[in-house]
Write a protein that binds this ligand. Structure first.
Ligand code: ZN
Length: 440
């Protein structure tokens, strides 16, 4: 993006506020930012947490030793484009070339890049679709907005709020689930908004209020069993340590706990989870009459396999109506359950592929054979879709039924939801910021 168009998108108020805060947060050299970020990484590590930091290729070029040190400390370093520019303003080929160039810069230094986030989340479906398989595992560029800030507080929002929201273009949490999904050749891991810039620079300027907003997202993602991918900027890290520590503490003490992890771990888990299989066959076993024999194959010990309204040998309480059966080292388990109602989500022919994909990603085991769909305790058909017109309503409908159900939970090792801290390491010094403006 050229400087003029960049400026046109931001009001004078935005630019004035931004310049003032930058001068406070950065020094001419990297020292100020390094001390702050290192303290932050140590603080998280002491509390069993770790972050993902996305760095532009140019920042890596200028500070390779610093980035290597962050990586050694257990932080995941992701790629944040080559220069810090909005890739929506470039032809797809050019934008892709920038991403390739940045990835190569990391690889040349022996650093493996698992995923990327575009500056300003500036991407397009065409750009993602153009990325080849096995180049990188995940993208974290889509966003979900959580309603944790009241309208009156939003009304106080300044120009930063307006500009940032235009860039992020989030989906609403009341209609969309916040879980990873397959997007062309990549796994898309959505971010959760509002982020620290919106809350701190844009709305509150108050750490307690920011903490409350994040605790609100944590509570909602926990209840729904989804991902809270908290997006932050390490330049605010000294103010964020305490809220992050609090979220980690809460997550650990909940039962079932929250999986506090890095985006590369989420991406790897999402691929592992996809290999899990449930094979179903009918059997007749004397007095028990017709039964279903469910063989779980290719699972890992991390699988969270759940049963509702059914008791199977070896299961244990998990949460609410759900009981969990642990999978042993073999990665296999076999259970016998009554044949009717079939404990799966029956999906009729008219249900669109996109809906099926969401249900599958959430871990539901779907029955699609027409003669068996009607035998399921939970049925999704065109009528159900009319009554529950979006993802969240549909999931709430399934969870509100009382029919027996066997499913995989989206998260590993019996955790109920996931929490990631993913930050944009846009710059380490004022020089980096100046270079950003120059590049436009
Ligand atoms: Zn950025």
């Amino acid at each position: 993006m050229k400087l003029r168009s960049w400026l046109a998108l931001r009001s004078p108020e935005y630019l004035f506020n931004k310049s003032r805060t930058l001068l406070k947060r950065y020094g001419i050299s990297e020292k100020k930012a390094v001390v702050r970020t290192t303290a932050f990484i140590e603080y998280l590590a002491e509390r069993g947490g770790a972050a993902t930091l996305f760095a532009p290729g140019t920042v890596l070029e200028r500070h390779p030793k610093v980035i290597a040190r962050f990586l050694e400390a257990g932080v995941e370093i992701g790629m944040h484009g080559w220069e810090h520019v909005d890739l929506r303003n470039y032809p797809v080929d050019e934008a892709r070339a920038q991403l390739f160039k940045a990835t190569q810069a990391f690889n040349d230094r022996g650093m493996v890049v698992h995923g990327f986030r575009c500056p300003y989340l500036g991407h397009s479906d065409a750009l993602i679709a153009s990325l080849p398989p096995e180049w990188i595992q995940y993208s974290s560029n889509s966003a979900v907005w959580w309603n944790v800030v009241s309208d009156s507080d939003l009304g106080k929002g300044n120009a930063i709020y307006d500009a940032t929201l235009r860039f992020y273009a989030p989906k609403a949490s009341h209609t969309h689930v916040s879980i990873p999904w397959q997007r062309a050749n990549l796994i898309e891991i959505p971010v959760s908004l509002p982020d620290d810039m919106l809350l701190f620079d844009g709305i509150f300027r108050d750490v307690d209020a920011m903490t409350e907003a994040w605790r609100g997202i944590m509570a909602q993602t926990y209840r729904r069993g989804e991902l809270f991918n908290l997006i932050f900027h390490p330049e605010l890290a000294d103010r964020e340590q305490v809220p992050f520590g609090l979220l980690l503490e809460e997550g650990r003490h909940l039962n079932p706990p929250v999986w506090c992890t890095r985006l590369c771990d989420v991406s790897e888990w999402w691929q592992e989870k996809r290999r899990f299989k449930a094979l179903v066959e009918s059997t007749s076993s004397g007095e028990a009459g017709e039964q279903l024999r469910i063989s779980f194959e290719a699972c890992s010990q991390h699988a969270t396999l759940l049963f509702r309204g059914l008791s199977v040998p070896g299961d244990e309480p998990w949460d609410g109506e759900y009981r969990r059966l642990r999978i042993g080292e073999s990665g296999e388990a076999v259970v016998n359950v009554p044949a009717e109602p079939r404990p799966f989500v029956g999906v009729s022919a008219g249900v669109p592929a996109a809906t099926r994909t969401v249900l599958r990603e959430l871990g539901y085991i779907m029955e699609t054979e027409p003669e068996n769909v009607e035998k399921c305790g939970v049925i999704i058909n065109e009528q159900t879709l009319k009554e529950h017109s979006h993802e969240v309503a549909l999931v709430e409908h399934i969870e509100a039924t009382t029919a027996p159900l066997v499913r995989f939970w989206p998260w590993p090792d019996g955790t109920r939801s996931a929490l990631c801290f993913s930050g944009d390491l846009d710059a380490l010094s004022l020089t980096d910021y100046a270079a950003r403006l120059w590049s436009r």
